[in-house]
Design a binder for this molecule. Structure first.
Ligand SMILES: *[C@@H]1O[C@H](CO)[C@@H](O)[C@H](O)[C@H]1NC(C)=O
Ligand SMILES: *[C@@H]1O[C@H](CO)[C@@H](O)[C@H](O)[C@H]1NC(C)=O
Ligand SMILES: *[C@@H]1O[C@H](CO)[C@@H](O)[C@H](O)[C@H]1NC(C)=O
Ligand SMILES: *[C@@H]1O[C@H](CO)[C@@H](O)[C@H](O)[C@H]1NC(C)=O
Length: 182
């Protein structure tokens, strides 16, 4: 078991090293699944690197059959690792269903959704394309009710009363027995 885990770990390390060496056009999805809470903002974190300075590329976000946004860049500058530092001549469109509800980070293409509702749950797709390279990754978003719900706190006094009664039950029984025998 331990050895199998160690082997997997070494494979991952090797992958990271290889990717580091051959750093090219590449899209990284930091988490395949994200949990959100109704009424809160949730971040779908991604990042990418490019092979060449001054490249053009496009990023699109969708959920189900709905387009969320696209970002088309005609020119950009990169740092030494290939991560964009500045985009030039870009075109950015958010479609009406998500207009005013999302923030898009142009330099890593992560998507922040404000005030998520239960019906925002679903499989989000991010598609990244540049000349000769296109890839699509998925992130499953699951939106849940806040944990400390009103229903929970409503039950708390009752649970307390029940516990108190249970606690004094042996004492009460003892008193009754003493009364009957006495
Ligand atoms: C999301 O919540 C579910 C159920 O509460 C849990 O099983 C899962 O591990 C959580 N996922 C993440 C990414 O936190
Ligand atoms: C993407 O950029 C935003 C804004 O600079 C930052 O807050 C976020 O942590 C970045 N995410 C990743 C995965 O790099
Ligand atoms: C991209 O921008 C650089 C720096 O401003 C410029 O030298 C280059 O010609 C531009 N490339 C394209 C294809 O517009
Ligand atoms: C999703 O749920 C919210 C809040 O319940 C509602 O206002 C919105 O219209 C719903 N959106 C869709 C597409 O059904």
């Amino acid at each position: 078991m331990n050895e199998a885990r160690r082997a997997v770990c070494w494979m991952r390390c090797a992958q990271v090293l290889l990717l580091g060496i051959t750093a090219g056009d590449h899209l990284t999805v930091h988490r395949n699944a994200v949990n959100g809470t109704i009424g809160h903002a949730v971040l779908l974190p991604v990042a990418f690197t490019l092979n060449h300075q001054f490249t053009k590329y496009t990023v699109e976000w969708d959920v189900g059959d709905q387009s969320i946004l696209y970002h088309s860049v005609r020119n950009c500058t990169l740092d030494s690792r290939g991560a964009p530092t500045w985009v030039l001549d870009d075109e950015f469109v958010v479609y009406p269903a998500h207009s005013g509800r999302v923030e898009f980070y142009k330099l890593n293409s992560s998507l922040l959704i404000y005030n998520v509702q239960a019906n925002d749950s679903g499989i989000y797709r991010v598609t990244f394309s540049t000349t000769g390279y296109t890839t699509t990754r998925h992130i499953a978003l699951r939106v849940e009710k806040p944990h400390d719900s009103a229903a929970g706190s409503l039950w708390k006094p009752w649970i307390f009363a029940f516990r108190t009664v249970l606690c004094f039950l042996p004492l009460t029984a003892l008193l009754i027995i003493i009364h009957i025998w006495g």
